[in-house]
Write a protein of this length. Sequence first.
Length: 431
Amino acid sequence: MSLAFSVCLVVLCAAAAMGMPIALAMIVSAVAYLAISGQDLALASEQLIQSVYDSFVLLAVPLFIVAANIMNAGAISDRLLDFCKAMVGRFKGGLAQVDILVSLIFSGMSGSAVADAAGVGKISIAMMLKTGHYTPGFAGAVVAASATIGPIIPPSIPMVLYALVSDASIGYLFLGGVIPGVLMTLVLMVMNSVIAHRRNIPAEEAVPLRRLPGITLRAMPALMMPVILLAGIYGGATTPTEAAAVAALYALLVSGLFYRSLSLRALYDIFLDSSRSSASVGLVIGSALIFNYIVATENIPTAISGALVEMDLSRMEFLLLVNVMFLLLGCVLDASTIILVIIPLFLPTAAALGVDPIHFGVMSVVNCMIGLITPPYGMLLFVINGVTGIAIKDMVKEGMPFLFALLTALVALTLVPDLILFLPRMFGYEG
């Protein structure tokens, strides 16, 4: 490790410790590296511009953000909640089950955990607290845990980022996330059912069967969005980026014309909020790619790969070691930083050990999403605290059983790669 890179790491850690946003901290540390190593300081901006603007796949990120925000602002969330309440509200802990199921469905529209928690999750919390059967901490914990499903079921912004650094197929990554997303939903529902029976949380009033067709029909335009998205990609009609544009347009048409729930003022606010979110994500991506240039210059991935290969780890030992490291890093780093900066360090080793890149990618994204609910940095905990005022310590306490359930799913996905690779192979993946 060179002196310049050592100083770079010290500056990065010091800047982050002082509360500087991680994206700016990486840019400052990169400039420090370039200055000490005697390179042109303009390389930082050059890498940022080339990395962000030369990547067609990154255009999917702001488009998925727009689609998610339109879904949240329109009447789509209400109709999805009605549909899910009719499906699972009749069971013990029904409203919590409704939130978990609606997170699964909404994940097929947004690709963002934050959009799920701040939008439909906020509505779910209000519904649970209104009954008086759920504590605020429990309601917040259920929403936070279920929101982690959002980026696993396609579309998925984190998987787009993984594809950027790994050159893996976005289409196959999206397919690989379907079964893991369903598995996460099932383990959360089982855990919620266990808690509901222990606490004797009552079920909601059952919706008469005669009303189900009407409720399903009202929700059908929203339910069709993931079908249209995946059909376009795997039918060969669109690339994943073009599919993101279709998703945004479809969300706009459904909310604005079919449900008639968007005003021009609301649309302006959506685009404004989406541009801010996209700029924030873009800054993280750009700064991470600048940092990746430095890491590649220092030959860090090859050094790590060589060290791990010399340890003579088996494929499964490597995956378990990586999972533990990512879980620990998830306590202090956001998911985007781990995907863009940390994961590339392990890709050469994964390839050397014969780890399938789709399996590794989906497993890693699931791991990073679990990090969104682990203190002290758990972003979803902060988001829910910000929109509802529920104390973070209460959500952490009530969220432990759900965290355990998600970790169980992660172990299963690690030990049984076919849970991830089954659908990609059905559609022609030969990895």
